[in-house]
Design a protein around this ligand. Structure first.
Ligand SMILES: Cc1cc2nc3c(=O)[nH]c(=O)nc-3n(C[C@H](O)[C@H](O)[C@H](O)COP(=O)(O)OP(=O)(O)OC[C@H]3O[C@@H](n4cnc5c(N)ncnc54)[C@H](O)[C@@H]3O)c2cc1C
Length: 356
């Protein structure tokens, strides 16, 4: 089996040679995005955290972060689409449902099995908007999943639904309109519209026990979010790098010394941010929550500033739909809110308002 750095080299080559030239199309054109997703599947890059027992390559956390940063650098839409599926690989691998292991895991790296996710509703305070009632042989699901990315790419998705005792059940549901499942039209979004984000309404949908991957304790998502505060920032870091790539290219093409100076300054800041993020990852605990929230806010704010620098250095052309600077600015928007929690929102606003 190839080593982690060989796989990362393979991914980088694909991203630079085949994804970068088509990134503009991949943001808005489903077929362009589909062909890039197929490219990842053909290279067995869709299940990087899959344990060795199921075929590997069992990437380290650091390897996974590098991959996420690189992919977000070249195409936000592709980064966002593939990460939904990569997350499900881990969920199925940690399931005790052995039949699901057999059915899914061997086929998830090459995309023979592709699965989306829909569990951000578990973060919302107040009465659950997606509920699961235990019944003989499974659960009956009712309610709304407000966000599922990957309609028409992923035939099914891993839903998260709240049980009467506050725990959450995770299971596989079709991502198409069938009896008990109603999928909305794809949302008209400012960024990554090609990734086909929909909402899904379930009405007395029967989730059979055999389709259930996990049941998690009360507060699981809050706990998970707390562990992942800074980890999720890999996409914002990749997006910041994308903005800097445009800035550097403008500095060289237009022979602007001050643009080169801005690039040097912001590039050093990005390196510092990466180093601090790396070090905070080794100290994940209750005591470091504030520190990690500040880092996440910095990741988000720097992505936006680098995108803004890409726009400023591109002049009026940045406003053209075919220009990468405005796409990167819109991608920074998505990476500002994805996997957002109340405390992350607060930390982001405090940083933007220069309150810390
Ligand atoms: C383009 C796009 C695609 C997405 N695709 C997916 C996907 O495929 N799968 C998926 O699971 N998610 C997806 N998401 C969801 C994404 O992760 C959410 O944006 C994120 O979880 C924030 O939730 P929300 O936007 O619904 O905001 P909200 O529900 O408004 O919540 C934001 C945060 O604020 C907190 N909050 C809200 N109201 C209050 C209050 N009154 N008091 C205290 N705290 C409060 C919530 O707990 C939450 O943590 C997608 C989002 C976008 C923008």
């Amino acid at each position: 089996m190839p080593r982690e750095d060989e796989i990362l080299d393979l991914a980088r080559k694909f991203l630079r040679e085949e994804v970068a030239p088509r990134a503009q199309d991949m943001d808005v054109d489903r077929e362009a995005l589909k062909s890039a997703l197929d490219g990842l599947c053909q290279r067995n890059l869709m299940a990087l955290k899959r344990p060795d027992a199921f075929g590997g390559p069992n990437f380290s956390d650091a390897g996974m972060r590098h991959f996420q940063e690189e992919i977000a650098r070249y195409s936000g839409a592709l980064a966002f689409l593939q990460t939904q599926h990569q997350g499900v690989v881990g969920m199925i691998a940690s399931s005790e449902n052995k039949a699901l292991h057999e059915e899914y895991l061997p086929h998830m790296a090459n995309g023979k099995k592709l699965v989306g996710v829909g569990f951000s509703q578990l973060r919302r305070p107040g009465p659950p908007i997606m509920r699961a009632e235990p019944v003989k042989g499974g659960y009956v699901l009712n309610g709304l999943v407000p966000w599922v990315t990957g309609w028409s790419f992923f035939p099914e998705f891993m839903i998260g639904a709240t049980l009467p005792d506050g725990r959450a059940v995770f299971g596989l549901v079709p991502l198409r309109t069938v009896q008990g499942v109603e999928v909305s039209a794809p949302m008209q979004l400012a960024a990554m519209s090609a990734a086909m984000t929909v909402s899904v309404t379930l009405s007395d949908y029967f989730l059979a026990e055999g389709r259930v991957a996990l049941v998690r304790e009360v507060g699981w998502i809050q706990n998970n979010d707390q562990i992942n505060i800074a980890q999720q920032g890999s996409f914002a870091i990749g997006c910041a790098q994308a903005g800097l790539d445009v800035l550097l290219s403008n500095a060289q093409k237009r022979k602007l010394c001050f643009a080169q100076d801005a690039y040097d300054q912001m590039s050093s800041e990005l390196e510092l941010l990466k180093a601090e993020t790396e070090s905070a990852r080794l100290r994940v605990s209750e005591e470091t929550v504030d520190e990690r929230l500040k880092l996440r806010a910095w990741q988000i704010e720097l992505a936006m500033r680098c995108a803004h620098a890409a726009v400023a250095s591109s002049s009026g052309a940045a406003n053209s739909m075919s220009h990468p600077a405005q796409r990167i600015l819109r991608e920074a928007l998505v990476f500002t809110v994805s996997a957002q929690t109340g405390p992350i929102m607060e930390a982001t606003l405090r940083r933007i308002a220069k309150m810390d």
